[in-house]
Ligand binder design. Structure first.
Ligand code: ADP
Ligand code: MG
Length: 207
């Protein structure tokens, strides 16, 4: 994955969030405080305004700028969690200008680990982790089986989509939705949904 494709990923994700801004906010209205789409849209628009200053640097610097911008401009749970994802991803890839399958495996795993450490959610808690975790596992398995990056990412996105749907019957155990207890059941998690869009955008940038 070349640096240009990383920049394309971030642009595509920003566009996807803008397109799904109201949808993400509606999902958050059902089990949270109706700001997830607004939070993500504000954060990634800010990211896009910052990226030209680092576009000629290495991938690690680009991802670090994404992280810092999100942490400083997005409140709520999702800002620090996405910020941590990109911070750990940035550290994992360092000064590289291009990522191998192994590098991408390390980047995604590091991002997930950061979210797990920061948010302390487990699979089944109805959060971003319910998408990230199966997606990273699917990517990992596909690369171990010798698949190419694009095919591995296709499998990751399929697992992400399944993980997103699986949040519907879950009872929220973390974040604002957990305050609702049983009333959180029957709704798709907004953060899981934006994570699915993030991975779908990553796949699109590889094609
Ligand atoms: P807030 O809940 O502060 O309003 P957002 O609405 O932007 O923040 O984001 C809500 C999303 O954050 C949830 O749908 C969930 O996926 C995610 N989330 C909340 N807490 C955690 C956590 N501890 N670990 C992982 N993800 C979390
Ligand atoms: Mg919210």
């Amino acid at each position: 994955m070349r640096k240009e494709q990383i920049l394309q990923w971030l642009q595509t994700f920003t566009d996807e969030i803008e397109r799904h801004k109201d949808y993400l906010t509606e999902l958050d209205a059902a089990i949270g405080d109706a700001d997830h789409g607004i939070n993500m849209d504000r954060g990634f628009k800010k990211v896009m305004s910052q990226l030209p200053t680092v576009a000629d640097k290495d991938i690690g610097s680009i991802l670090k700028t994404v992280s810092m911008t999100l942490i400083s401009s997005v409140g709520g749970a999702s800002g620090p969690l996405y910020g941590t994802f990109f911070l750990r991803a940035s550290t994992a890839v360092g000064l590289k200008q291009e990522l191998t399958a192994e590098d991408m495996r390390g980047m995604l795993q590091a991002g997930l680990d950061g979210v797990l450490v920061r948010g302390k959610a487990q699979i089944g808690d109805k959060t971003m982790v319910d998408v990230l975790s199966p997606a990273v596992a699917a990517f990992d398995l596909a690369i171990t089986e010798g698949k190419q990056i694009q095919e591995a990412m296709q499998q990751a996105v399929a697992s992400a989509q399944e993980g997103m749907k699986n949040t519907i019957p879950m009872l929220a155990k973390k974040g604002r939705a957990s305050y609702l207890g049983e009333r959180s059941v029957g709704h798709q998690d907004p953060g899981a949904t934006s994570c699915y869009l993030m991975l779908k955008s990553l796949l699109a940038s590889l094609c």
